[in-house]
Structure formats: C-alpha cells, structure tokens
Design a protein around this ligand. Structure first.
Ligand code: IPM
Ligand code: MG
Length: 352
C-alpha cells in the first residue's frame, strides 16, 4: 500500500527517536512491499524559533490531510519562561484539537525481563497489561474561560473543567469496544464525589455500558486509581478517564514498565488518521547525545501501522521484534545498558 505520513520530530530527543522509528518503518516498507512517503514539518520550540508559532497553519493542514502523523517530542528549557506569549506545548494541544483526535490510547505492558527496572516488587507486576484511554481534546486543557487577571488587587488564575455528553459518550464507547477485544472489563476513573463534570461522566458512562452487556464496568475515584496503580495494577485492564486525570495517571503507570522510554501512544478520532507519539517528553538533558531509548517511538510507529493503515501483521512484527531484542538483553542507558539509540534500533531491525 502507499501512505502519506507526516513526521513532526519536534524538540530535544524528538528528532533522534523519530529517525529511529523511520528506519524501522523503512525496513517494514521494503520487506512487506509498501510505500511510505514522508513529509517532515516543524512543531513546538523549533517551530517557535523558525516561524514564531508552535504550530503553523500549513503544518496543521498537512497533518489533517495525511494518512497518519508521527511525532517525537516538544518543549525544553529554552522556551520555558512562564511569561512567554507562545509555548511549545500549545503546538501539541492545537494539533490534537485540530486533528480531532479525542482518544489517546496508552498501553502499559511489561517485559518480564525488565521487572528489576520497575520500582514495584516483581510479585505486584505479574500479569500487568493495562490500556489507558485518555480523553484528549476536552476538560481542563481546553475549557473556557481560562486565564489570569487581577480583581481588587488580587491576582487570579483559572481554568474550566467542562465536558459535554457527546465528548464522554464517544470516548467511553471506544473504551468498551477495546474491552471487547481484551478481558472485557472497563474501569472508568473520575472524581464524582466532588466534581459535577465527573457526575455527568459517570451518568453517560453507565448509559453507554447498557449497550455492552458482555463487558463489566467499574467506577473508580481518581485518588483510588492512583493508589491501585502501585498497590495492585494487575486488576486494571481498560481504564478510561478525562484529560488531566489521564495525563497524570499515565506518567505514573509508565514507570511500571521499567522506563518511560518504552511506552507508545496513539491518538485517534472519528476517521482513520491518527497521531502517534511516545509518551516521554523531549528529555533536554540527554538531547543530541544519541542515547535516548527509541522503543517508545518505534512502538508508536507499530500502532500507526495498526490503527491508521490497517497493517496488523506488520504492527505485530515490530512489537515482536522489540520484545525479542529486549529478551536478548539489548538495553539503552535508561535501562542500565550501553546501547546507543542507533544500535538499539539496529538490533530491533535485525529481529524483523
Ligand atoms: C503528554 C504531555 C502533554 C500533555 C504536554 C506536553 C502538553 O504531558 O502528552 O502527556 O499534558 O498532554
Ligand atoms: Mg503527560
């Protein structure tokens, strides 16, 4: 098949890990006789430097009309001034909103050989296989009004946590469909004991659940969920939650796997087009050194093949290659090894 893929390497280690994933995609294209055409664009800090905006109009349009978008990371100390008018993260948020990718899938699976790299005791890690479905285009990140002002000499800062029923409906529905292909259990995470938006979330979730009698639904408060992730993560399967809860819980969940550098994500909307990115950030401290772990981005490329291009065989082959490379003891620095980004990528390609 032929596919148009937009590459957004971004800032920090973004370009290094994106290059690694493209090397894997190129190998897959050759082996399985596909043609992937890439268009590289700017996002984040590098776009601010070059264009004065974190996401240019032409870049957004390219992403909207592509078959899929692969992103590295955005941000860094250079653009971190709280008084700055434009921030790299704005580019990412505008891209998610502009592409309409309301569902962020973040799978957390453990390689048994990496149990020692996890801060949790090995007995707690057995059987952990979670997929967090994070709402991505609503909630506190986008709610209006938001801003800062001064009232009677007192400075205020505020954000709005608002959800509409259709926003909850579509993400929860997706979570239930995913659960049907897994262990048939959905945990909906909210803060319904305090937040009105969570009480709507819970109501709509119960309505959606009636359409899926084969899937068990459990509600969990977000504070309990944060605790469960470290006291008994194996009981969780599909976890669906609003934007900010999902942001926080997925950073927490990511360390279970041994390193944040291992985890991929897919952001999906109503159509086939999707946005794929590792869940780690731009890691400015190691940028340009060639030592970043490319696995999160390589596995994101696998998700791209699966969800946007429908290439399940190829996606599974990449996931198997990563698994085997890790089984062979291939490790980047974050996992206590010595391999460079390029060496790790070559080991994975060898397994393909
Ligand atoms: C993430 C990141 C982003 C978010 C930042 C960079 C805006 O933390 O993808 O989890 O909060 O969504
Ligand atoms: Mg985050």
């Amino acid at each position: 098949m032929q596919a148009n893929i937009v590459l957004l390497p971004g800032d920090g280690i973004g370009p290094e890990v994106t290059r690694a994933a493209v090397a894997v995609l190129d190998f897959v294209a050759k082996k399985y006789e596909h043609q992937f055409d890439y268009s590289e664009q700017r996002i984040g800090g590098c776009a601010i430097d070059a264009e004065g905006t974190a996401l240019g109009e032409a870049t957004l349009q390219a992403c909207q009309s592509a078959d899929a978008v692969l992103l590295g990371a955005v941000g860094g100390p250079k653009w971190d001034d709280p008084n700055a008018a434009v921030r790299p993260e704005q580019g990412l948020l505008a891209l998610r909103k502009g592409m309409g990718v309301f569902a962020n899938l973040r799978p957390v699976r453990l390689h048994p050989d990496l149990a020692a790299a996890s801060p949790l005791k090995p007995e707690l890690l057995a059987g952990v296989d979670i997929i967090v479905v994070r709402e991505l285009t609503g909630g506190l990140y986008f709610g209006e009004p938001k801003g800062q002002d001064v009232q009677n000499g007192v400075r205020r800062g505020y954000d709005t946590l608002m959800y509409h029923d259709y926003e909850v409906e579509r993400i929860v529905d997706l979570a239930f469909r995913l659960a049907q292909g897994r262990r048939k259990k959905v945990t909906s995470v909210d803060k319904a004991n305090v937040l009105a938006s969570s009480r709507l979330w819970r109501k709509v979730t119960m309505e959606v659940a009636t359409r899926y009698p084969d899937v068990a639904l459990e509600h969990m408060l977000v504070d309990t969920a944060a605790m469960k992730l470290v006291t008994g993560p194996a009981v969780l399967d599909v976890v669906v939650t609003e934007n900010m809860f999902g942001d926080i819980l997925t950073d927490e969940a990511s360390v279970l796997a041994g390193s944040m550098g291992l985890l991929p994500s897919a952001s999906l909307g109503a159509g086939k087009n999707g946005l794929y990115e590792p869940i780690h950030g731009s890691a400015p401290d190691i940028a340009g050194k060639g030592i970043a772990n490319p696995v999160g981005t390589i596995l994101s490329a696998a998700m791209l093949l699966r969800y946007s291009l429908g290439l399940e065989t190829e996606a599974a082959a990449i996931e198997k290659a990563v698994y085997e490379a890790l089984s062979d003891g291939c490790r980047t620095r974050d996992l206590g090894g010595e391999l460079s980004t390029t060496q790790m990528t070559e080991e994975i390609i060898k397994k393909l």
